[in-house]
Design a protein around this ligand. Structure first.
Ligand SMILES: Cc1cc2nc3c(=O)[nH]c(=O)nc-3n(C[C@H](O)[C@H](O)[C@H](O)COP(=O)(O)O)c2cc1C
Length: 210
């Protein structure tokens, strides 16, 4: 499928075919696409917990307002954002990636050693760090949804869950924000397009509309 069709035809699955598991190589392809997402300063704060066992799906289901997709999906990802990516050690590991891939010289690395902590301290473009982690992680989630669609797998990103309950049940530390759940599997029903507002209604030329 070409990207235009994938974007147009992707639908959120509201129910999945039971017992139809996603092959491991397909899951790996989906996961790989998340790792390739862009992020601020290339900090890649996304972290994913893959839930596939019946017992853990059952636990997650009870933390997600008993939404059936959780129990039916072949796999559900708990998509998290790590707030600790602004630590000096982690920043150093990102700079190392850049240096070893040949995209970063020492001068630029030195600039980032100062700029990244300053950005985190003053956070001029967000109020709460949770907004920042969500901003990054949802791009990776979108890449997974589109990659899944391109290989015949359906998905549903979900915000209907209780963060506190998931953190308790899955031992997720305070510094990981849960951005969404991503259910993956084979849709049991064809869903109709729900409609969208158009470009004319959403894009404004140069400034806030008067
Ligand atoms: C951030 C986000 C959270 C969502 N949460 C839920 C959810 O908790 N349960 C659910 O069934 N669908 C959820 N959806 C799916 C939406 O219902 C769906 O995207 C929307 O109705 C448009 O339909 P489509 O994705 O099939 O085009 C969510 C979608 C997004 C992007």
């Amino acid at each position: 499928m070409i990207l235009k069709e994938i974007i147009r035809e992707r639908r959120s699955a509201k129910s999945f075919i039971l017992d139809k598991a996603i092959a491991q190589d397909k899951l790996s392809e989906i996961f790989e696409s998340a790792t390739l997402a862009p992020s601020g300063f290339n900090l890649q704060p996304w972290r994913f917990i893959t839930v596939q066992s019946l017992s853990n799906k059952e636990k997650l289901y009870s933390c997600a307002f008993k939404q059936e997709q959780i129990r039916q999906a072949s796999a559900v990802l708990i998509c998290c954002g790590d707030r600790h990516v602004f630590s000096p050690e982690y920043i150093e590991s990102v700079l190392e990636l850049g240096k070893s891939s040949g995209s970063m010289n020492e001068k630029h690395a030195d600039f980032l050693r100062g700029a990244i902590p300053t950005f985190a301290k003053f956070h001029p473009s967000y109020d709460s760090i949770e907004a920042w982690t969500n901003r990054q992680v949802m791009i990776a989630v979108t890449q997974m949804m589109l990659t899944a669609k391109s290989i015949g797998i359906d998905s549903c990103s979900m915000e209907g869950f209780v963060s506190k309950a998931i953190k308790e049940n899955f031992d997720i530390p305070e510094h990981w924000d849960i951005c969404c759940l991503l259910a993956l599997g084979y849709s049991a029903n064809e869903r109709k397009f729900g409609g969208r507002f158009g470009v004319k209604e959403l894009f404004y030329q140069e400034s806030y509309p008067q």
